[in-house]
Design a protein around this ligand. Structure first.
Ligand code: ADP
Ligand code: MG
Length: 327
């Protein structure tokens, strides 16, 4: 059972960034409007996520970190089959099998809550009373302390932190109504208030993507039938730092997709010169039945049912906007 949990953990928990992604997704699922993330040493020493969501009742607390998958894996031969299931409902159990985890929560404003703790091999959860406002705080310390092999794959503190920050950027760009705070080694890295109006959204994008991106970008919003594309489109730039400034969300989910990439590349073709990079933050919204997001739960893949139609819509919308951008 230890083996199976740690194998499952390998799927979900690759590095500190994957822990942060799972924790923040849980917080967003819980309806939080404010998320505070505190990180030490790139997330290896500490990741603390505090939210103001619905919280967890005392009786349900031990269940949050309970293992569900132990019956699924009997030996290593089962591994491949299980990997495709995606381990949903497994994140906290997996994380706690490779770190020291505690989750403190309160479902109301009495100020009183409870805390469950689990630590690596010590999967028996300990439940103790703890003060907490409504919401949940999850602390993950000493990631991979009991799995030296995984620890070896971790990169430098700077690299791990940049992966982690990237996860937060993507979530902050797709949840404007939620406030995000990020601190690394006691230093404030992001302090983002909820953004409702267009100027507030511009400000958030500027603060995440740099003021020069926003200054040179146009806002775009086109709709054809069920398909809507909106967001910010920048001119191709020489700036090295903008090489990675390519965010594409499908129904609020960050996505890397061949169909999308191709349409974007085609649309930018006429204005793309050697050494330049396209820069954009774009949101495609479409009927959920048109898109299969469960190709792989931990990757950013999707499959469009009408990929031709989606491609053409993207290409036309972007091509028109780019033509307006360039004199
Ligand atoms: P999943 O999210 O797939 O259900 P997880 O292991 O990520 O599995 O979380 C287990 C359960 O713990 C969730 O279903 C939820 O009930 C509870 N939970 C986890 N984090 C939070 C949170 N921040 N706020 C409220 N409930 C939470
Ligand atoms: Mg989850």
């Amino acid at each position: 059972t230890r083996l199976s949990n740690q194998i499952a953990a390998g799927e979900v928990v690759e590095r500190p960034a994957s822990v942060v992604k799972e924790l923040l997704e849980n917080s967003l699922d819980a309806g939080s409007t404010r998320l505070d993330v505190e990180v030490e040493q790139g997330g290896v020493k500490l990741i603390r996520v505090r939210d103001n969501g619905v919280g967890v009742d005392k009786d349900d607390l031990p269940l949050t970190i309970a293992r569900h998958a132990t019956s699924k894996i009997h030996d290593l031969d089962d591994l491949e089959g299980v990997a495709t299931l995606g381990f949903r409902g497994e994140a906290l159990a997996s994380i706690s099998s490779v770190a020291r985890l505690n989750l403190t929560s309160s479902p109301d404003e009495t100020g009183a809550g409870w805390c469950v703790q689990a630590e690596g091999r010590d999967m028996e959860a300990v439940l103790v009373p703890a003060a907490h406002p409504q919401g949940t705080t999850v602390e993950v310390r000493d990631l991979f302390f009991n799995t030296p092999a995984r620890r070896k794959f971790l990169r430098t503190e700077k690299t791990e932190f940049s992966h982690l920050e990237e996860v937060i950027k993507r979530l902050a760009l797709s949840h404007f109504q939620v406030g995000f705070n990020l601190r690394h080694n006691q230093r404030v890295v992001h302090a983002l208030k909820p953004a409702y109006t267009e100027p507030e959204q511009d400000r958030r994008v500027a603060s995440l993507c740099g003021p020069s991106f926003i200054e040179n970008a146009v806002r775009l919003d086109t709709q054809v039938g069920e398909l809507r594309l909106w967001g910010w489109l920048g001119l191709p730039t020489f700036s090295r730092s903008q090489a990675d400034l390519q965010y594409f969300f499908v129904n609020g989910r960050s996505v890397k997709d061949r169909v999308v990439n191709h349409a974007v590349r085609q649309a930018y073709k006429d204005v793309m010169y050697h050494g330049r990079h396209a820069a954009f933050v774009l949101y495609l919204e479409l009927d959920p039945t048109w898109v299969d997001v469960n190709v792989h739960p931990t990757k950013h893949e999707v499959r469009f049912r009408e990929s031709r139609q989606v491609h053409d819509f993207l290409f036309r919308s972007l091509h028109r906007a780019i033509a307006e951008l360039t004199p």
